[in-house]
Ligand binder design. Structure first.
Ligand code: NAD
Ligand code: ZN
Ligand code: ZN
Length: 348
């Protein structure tokens, strides 16, 4: 079968020919309907050298996947061939306390495991078939089309987790700021709209992204620049934002995030642009909490899928074929994708 692989660090991905995956006991092969092209893949392609991550190429890209059960390993009795499923992306040991709570994204044995999941060290979903090492990593879909559902597993799940940990701050009358309205950000806005009555302010450099933010439920849009912080402060009547999600993570966006936060607010860094901010007694309002978040839990993925099944989340998806996948990453890097680009290796 054809697959889009990262074959070496600091290189563009390549279409290669691979054998179909071999199924073992407890495992499942998924026929991929959709594999989302995440900006993290661009970091993976360009930011690392040998030895910087616990794994090395080659492996098939695609860590945001949904499809249909294709083949079921011995001992798995609760799945049917043809059943639509979403693939939970961060693969832990399944055994430690955090994994048993569904938080495989924060597995206690991550260091020993060495790979992060399919598309992140192991073969991912940018191929017609993907081996999932355990049926526990699948979440059933009901009415959702796997191509449109694929982004829920990362672009939906990651902001969902980041928002949920701050939900107690997002009471009516509060303000949430989302910086970076791409794949994750537009779903972050939809999740805030679905879960809260907070005022939502979206920040992006691209007009197209800000249009998508408004369609997704943002109350206000702001373009970054010298007066962006003042604009956001004015929109909150000088109070500041209760929660800021920085889905870019550059020096500039982090300094905007802390500048517009209120005392006791949350600034959550989701984007991996590699920026930093100084931390000192006076560098941010009192008792602002700064946190990074990585992906989300399996139970949160179930909630994200339930939100989408109920019509509250609608990923803005542009579909591409597997042959177009190398060009998709070029478009993503050039800022030419609105919402999420999804590669459909089985041509759905
Ligand atoms: P994307 O390319 O789809 O969207 C990024 C958006 O940010 C674009 O709309 C772009 O115009 C905007 N942007 C860029 N620079 C900006 C700036 N200075 N100010 C305001 N907006 C700006 O990317 P994505 O797939 O949504 O991913 C976003 C980030 O989140 C990436 O860094 C990615 O690696 C990271 N990510 C993190 C996790 C996690 O678990 N923490 C998971 C997935 C992705
Ligand atoms: Zn991702
Ligand atoms: Zn674990």
């Amino acid at each position: 079968m054809k697959a889009l692989q990262l074959t070496r660090w600091k290189a563009s991905p390549e279409l290669v020919e691979l054998d179909e995956p071999e199924l073992g006991p407890g495992q499942v092969v998924v026929r991929i309907g959709g594999a989302g092209a995440c900006h993290s893949d661009l970091h993976l392609l360009h930011d690392f050298d040998e030895g910087m991550l616990p794994f090395d190429p080659p492996f098939t890209l695609g860590h945001e996947n949904a499809g249909w059960v294709h083949a079921i390993g011995e001992g798995v009795s609760w799945l049917e061939v043809g059943q639509p499923v979403a693939v939970y992306g961060p693969w832990g040991c399944g055994w430690c306390k955090r994994c048993r709570l569904g938080m495989e994204n924060y597995c206690e044995r991550q260091g020993e495991i060495g790979v992060f999941g399919g598309g992140l060290g192991l073969d991912g979903g940018m191929a017609p078939l993907m081996l999932v090492p355990s049926s526990r990593l699948l979440v059933p879909l009901d009415t959702l089309d796997p191509v449109d559902a694929a982004p829920l597993t990362d672009a939906g799940l990651t902001p969902y987790h980041a928002i949920k940990r701050s939900l107690h701050l997002l009471e009516p009358g509060s303000t949430a700021v989302v910086i970076g309205i791409g794949g994750l950000g537009h779903l972050g806005v939809q999740i805030l709209r679905a879960l809260t009555a907070a005022r939502i302010i979206a920040v992006d450099t691209r007009d197209e992204a800000l249009r998508l933010a408004s369609e997704s439920g943002a109350d206000h849009t702001v373009t970054p620049g010298a007066d962006a912080a003042d604009q956001i402060r004015d929109l909150t009547r000088g109070r500041g934002a209760d929660v800021v999600l920085d889905v870019v993570g550059s020096d500039d966006t982090l300094s905007l995030a802390t500048a517009v936060s209120r005392p006791l607010g949350h600034v959550t860094l989701v984007g991996i642009a590699g920026g930093s901010i100084p931390f000192s007694f006076f560098s941010q309002p009192y008792e602002v909490s700064l946190a990074t978040t990585y992906w989300g839990s399996i139970t949160e993925l179930m909630e994200v899928i339930a939100l989408a099944e109920a019509g509250h989340l609608r990923p803005h998806v542009t579909r591409f074929s597997l042959d177009e996948a190398p060009a998709v990453y070029e478009k993503l890097a050039a800022g030419e994708i609105a919402g999420r680009a999804v590669v459909s290796p089985t041509g759905s």
